[in-house]
Design a protein around this ligand. Sequence first.
Ligand code: NAD
Ligand code: IPM
Ligand code: MN
Length: 334
Amino acid sequence: MSQKTSPRARIVCLPGDGIGPEVMEVAQRVLRELVPELELTDYLFGGVAIRATGGSLPDETLEACRAADAVLKAPIGDPEFDAADIRPEQGMLQLRAELDVYANLRPSRLGSVDLLIVRELVGGLYFGASGVREDGTVFDTMEYHPRQVERVVRRAFELAGGRRGKLTSVDKANVLETSRMWRRVVREVASDYPSVEVEDMLVDNAAMQLASSPEQFDVIVTENMFGDILSDLAAAVTGGLGLAPSASLGDGRLGIFEPVHGSAPDIAGRGIANPAAMLRSTALMLNHGLARPEKARALEGAVDVALRDAPTPDLAGTSTTAEFADAVLAALGG
Ligand code: NAD
Ligand code: IPM
Ligand code: MN
């Protein structure tokens, strides 16, 4: 038995909407096989929670998340709520803020590309003042306190130090005050990490560089909204959204582990969703959240085998979600 982990680690599972329950089912099947002692409990979250309780993040779900060892989350979101006052995505932002998981790690690997986006997750354009003025003008604002920048930048330097030692800080300092402050903070923090090579890059150029020569990047650190957009792009150049996992971490032990992709309403209910991103997020949970690196490596290896042997339609294959899961379980068992 590991000394660091309690034998019955409690995992709050949030199956969510659209393809969410389809990929969560695969993650749970695999976890029951790989780490049978985990306690997996489903809670309402997202559109399904709005229908049942009127809110996206019910109190019971939030309390369970706070008391958990890790939160494993499938995507939420449903076009049904696009124009509604209460939307699934609001619960998502609330949960991230309540757990203060400010560092969202979004790795992308394929061939010679091995990069990690560290996206600030509880500030910036998603959390600044917003509203409607008397004249009808609608506004969202990007706001950061230097302390919010410092903690995520520091986390990115730490991560870069454990990798290839290169950090790219992405901003829009030629236009935005927040970005100019972000650059100042990066420069200050850099003096504590002399072995990490750091560069600044404007976000429009960063998008172009990611599309045309992604292998140049090691760790990228950036604002919430920039990171949202760039991480879908990084996923696209490394095999697609069906492959891209994430870990959202704070200063404590508790993290949220979820795919980068959404609820994919266009393919929901057809049994063809690619569960690789969900399974890789599960591996991140085993590694970062539960201190089980050997289980995480086994799962990552089994996912790679299934990607080769049983690719889903998004990867030009013909396997169903369940067949992909069978291939993962076979690789783990064999
Ligand atoms: P999306 O990521 O759901 O889908 C974009 C495209 O990628 C679609 O064509 C979809 O079929 C495909 N795709 C995504 N994941 C896939 C998978 N695992 N296997 C195969 N194909 C996959 O983005 P969207 O359509 O813009 O958003 C749909 C909903 O999801 C929205 O309500 C949005 O708010 C929500 N969303 C939620 C999260 C989250 O919960 N973290 C993330 C992104 C989007
Ligand atoms: C993501 C999603 C979310 C985000 C939405 C659903 C709020 O796109 O996790 O990437 O923008 O953070
Ligand atoms: Mn996104």
